[in-house]
Design a protein around this ligand. Sequence first.
Ligand SMILES: Cc1cc2nc3c(=O)[nH]c(=O)nc-3n(C[C@H](O)[C@H](O)[C@H](O)COP(=O)(O)OP(=O)(O)OC[C@H]3O[C@@H](n4cnc5c(N)ncnc54)[C@H](O)[C@@H]3O)c2cc1C
Length: 355
Amino acid sequence: MCKLRDCSVCECPENEFPESFRRPPFDLPADDLKCQEGKPEAAVDRTLDSKVFRGWIEVDNPWTIDDETDNGEMTYVNLLLNRERYTGPSARRIWDAVYSENCPKYASGEICQEKKVLYKLISGLHSAISIHIADDYLLDETKNLWGTNPDLMYDRVLQYPDRVRNLYFTLLFVLRAVTKAKDYLEQAEYDTGNAEEDLKAQSLMRQLLYNPKLQAACPVPFDEAKLWKGQSGPELKQQIQKQFRISGCEKCRLWGKFQVLGLGTALKILFSVDGEYRPDQHLQLQRNEVIALVNLLNRLSESIKLVQEMSPTFEKTMKGLSLEPAAKLLSSWKRLWETVVGDRLFITEAWVPSG
Ligand SMILES: Cc1cc2nc3c(=O)[nH]c(=O)nc-3n(C[C@H](O)[C@H](O)[C@H](O)COP(=O)(O)OP(=O)(O)OC[C@H]3O[C@@H](n4cnc5c(N)ncnc54)[C@H](O)[C@@H]3O)c2cc1C
């Protein structure tokens, strides 16, 4: 457990478990333990019977590695109660480690095409995380005042056109995976035992997958066929598959692992299916992977929305000088994005590996 109050993860009491996730059913506690974010007493209850989750961890996503001492236990976390936000000072080396593990430079200093993609994906994810931290920041610790920190957003992301560009790149990459697997995702089970919520989730998924504006504006968001064609393609693919790992503080790990699982799922879809997905092709996603993929899409699109909302403020204050390249880039993306966005999808609960 992380000692930092704002970093600890609040787990759900057993009586919040969707019925269909409990096989075989176990007894519910009589009292309703309210999960209160940020309070030390929101202690993690690890009394769950790990056997009930076995079905979920049988197939490991080859694109992600769990380097922790997972013992197969899973915990149930309501993501709305554990928002991605500032969690206290953390060491810069977290990201350094992520970049150096995932994007080692070639001796010549060149990075091959495949590695560039991985670098952009990680950098895009980094931008999205930084934007969410800046958007939900502890402005005054003594008053426990939370809010947006525009300067931080500018310092960490907005002043760097490449970081903004990588954010869009990652979004398109994930969007491509989602649209490619649309037949699969449409058929996936969205069952939590709450019929109303389940129907809503199915309907929102369909709206996302068959959004005509999205299809018209962005028919092929990303051409994965161009990848993995380099000389050392298969070898690199294997190497990257081994290296895709992220660690950090507890809440960082929750969101970090979750979003990396989302990226891993996007990679799995894009590189295990040739052309468009057809039901006769082999694609098997776990519930967690589907949830992570859709939530990642949500996180990325929320970040882009924030970038677009915040950029004009800086354009004005900077009189268009230092932001000029980013502003140009943003306005063209904005046109595309505005034609597309409208329906946004939220899936708010997920199983995450404990630890
Ligand atoms: C997976 C993960 C999840 C995290 N989740 C949270 C969280 O929920 N809440 C929280 O408060 N902290 C979280 N952190 C930590 C947070 O991202 C920062 O590391 C921390 O706030 C320190 O920030 P920093 O200013 O030192 O720069 P960092 O964001 O740590 O960046 C380190 C260096 O990387 C480079 N860099 C920065 N952005 C980019 C980019 N987009 N592309 C390429 N290079 C870049 C810069 O040179 C920068 O100095 C998370 C970290 C990780 C790895």
